[in-house]
Design a protein around this ligand. Structure first.
Ligand code: GDP
Length: 447
């Protein structure tokens, strides 16, 4: 997303302040110009850009930097605080029984977000149900049902009915045992009267505790208008921003939040039900500014590990430390990596790595890696238990058999074995490391 550029361009400007303890007017102007340029490029509405940059400028010139702070850290803190202030607190979503209505234009990601939110609530120990009332978009029913199944939550929809208001009513009655009701509505391509009327009728029947506007991060200047219309029609309590994993600019969503005086509830970062994050202003802005977000990274790693542990009965991490690194171990690692999300996002969360490492990689390096992981997985499905445990025993005839069985070229099998040898070698080096070395390495990563 283009808002990410704010981080790297700002870092560039701030680096020029390195060593300074006081800021002069020229420094402040330069920083403010840089911020304005990045925000405008990210499609943040111009009035909002001016408002934000004015307060940053004013504070940077008027406030005294606390003793011992460098000029660079001082400015960074002001920018950070002002941005956190702009996006505001996360939408209040207590972990208790409630009904949530999702509104938005077609394609904004409502159906996907409904399933993601259901998944998120279910991980918090609640029993969510998704109610699909979109009778307008062909395929909405099947898609919603399939995603709800993947999220392992209750689903209600009626592919033969054509009255969304009735479906909503029936759906609430049919899913009484659930404690969170997420009602997905139909979108249209644009803000037609029909859409607004329909959502008002559903709103009247459902009587939601909260209404969330689902908004594509790619939405630019149109965001303000859209947000206003939905706000007038049903009242918006929060925004779920989707497709933040793509090349979207992200600025429109900020504008919408500001316009409706609401807040951000969730962030969608991919197409699967798990690609959702509860919005957390400090983490979000830290990430935008390239300051890293350790807390979120730790959570993701933990979640990936917990998910992965359950489906491998005989996997023992101790074995790796004792020097045996089998293909099963490697698969386990790959699974965990996959569940953490796209590698580039994971890298973004490591402080100090920020743009640096990614800038050195070719654009498609991350995708290739994930595609390769998927094909490795297919190859391993065609291996015997013994081969997975003792990859070194795999010779030419087995390679041919595995390739045939998995429908993958023989080179892919060889590549997998090579990758395994490489990881094994790397691990051997780690085994020689003491705690002190580890700590030194972590320090270096923290920058
Ligand atoms: P709806 O018409 O508002 O219900 O939108 P959908 O939920 O069908 O989403 C439209 C498209 O966007 C689908 O292809 C989704 O897979 C995709 N999508 C939704 N959320 C995300 C996201 O966070 N990231 C990515 N990459 N794609 C998403």
């Amino acid at each position: 997303m283009v808002l990410d550029d704010l981080g790297s361009s700002l870092r560039g400007t701030l680096d020029r302040l390195q060593g300074k303890t006081r800021l002069d007017e020229e420094d402040v102007e330069e920083v403010v110009r840089e911020i304005q340029r990045s925000l405008i490029q990210a499609d943040v509405e111009i009035d909002l850009v001016m408002e934000l940059s004015d307060s940053i400028e004013q504070r940077a010139l008027e406030e005294e930097p606390p003793g011992g702070t460098t000029a660079r850290d001082f400015v960074l803190r002001i920018v950070y605080e002002e941005m956190v202030d702009l996006v505001g607190e996360s939408t209040d979503l207590p972990l208790e029984p409630q009904t949530i209505l999702l509104a938005g234009l077609q394609g904004s990601g409502k159906t996907t977000t409904a399933a993601k939110m259901a998944w998120w609530f279910s991980k918090k120990g609640l029993r969510p149900a998704v109610i699909q009332t979109d009778t307008f978009r062909p395929g909405a029913y099947d898609q919603a049902k399939e995603m709800a199944e993947r999220a392992e939550v209750t689903f209600y929809g009626d592919p033969d009915a054509d009255d969304p208001v009735q479906i909503a009513r029936d759906g609430l009655a049919a899913t009484e045992e659930a404690d969170i009701h997420i009602v997905d509505t139909a979108g249209r391509h644009a803000l037609e009267e029909g859409l607004i009327d329909e959502i008002q009728e559903i709103d009247a029947v459902v009587e939601p505790d909260r209404s969330l506007l689902v908004m594509d991060a790619a939405l630019g200047q149109g965001a303000k208008d859209q947000a206003q219309r939905f706000e007038e029609a049903i009242g918006i309590d929060g925004v779920a921003i989707t497709k933040l994993d793509g090349t979207a600019k992200g600025g429109g969503a900020l504008t919408a939040v500001n316009e409706t005086d609401s807040s951000i509830a969730f962030l969608g970062t991919g197409e699967t039900v798990q690609d959702v994050e509860r919005f957390e202003p400090n983490g979000f802005i830290s990430r935008l500014l390239g300051m890293g977000d350790l807390k979120q990274l730790a959570e993701r790693v933990e979640r990936a590990m917990a998910d992965t542990d359950t489906d491998e009965e005989d996997w023992d991490p101790e074995d790796i430390l004792e020097g045996q690194f089998t293909l099963k171990d490697m698969r386990h690692q790959m699974d965990a990596m996959n569940k953490m999300g796209p590698l580039d996002q994971v890298l973004d969360m490591i402080p100090g790595l920020g743009g640096g490492i990614k800038d050195q990689l070719p654009d498609d390096a991350m995708d290739v890696t994930q595609d390769r992981m998927r094909s490795f997985d297919i190859v391993m499905d065609s291996m015997t238990e013994d081969e997975l445990e003792n990859p070194r025993s795999i010779g030419a005839s087995q390679t041919r058999r595995i390739a045939r069985g998995s429908g993958q070229p023989e080179e892919r099998v060889q590549e997998l074995l090579e990758q395994h040898r490489m990881m094994e070698r790397t691990l051997k080096q780690f085994q020689g490391m003491g705690d002190a070395d580890m700590q030194r390495m972590m320090k270096r990563m923290e920058g």
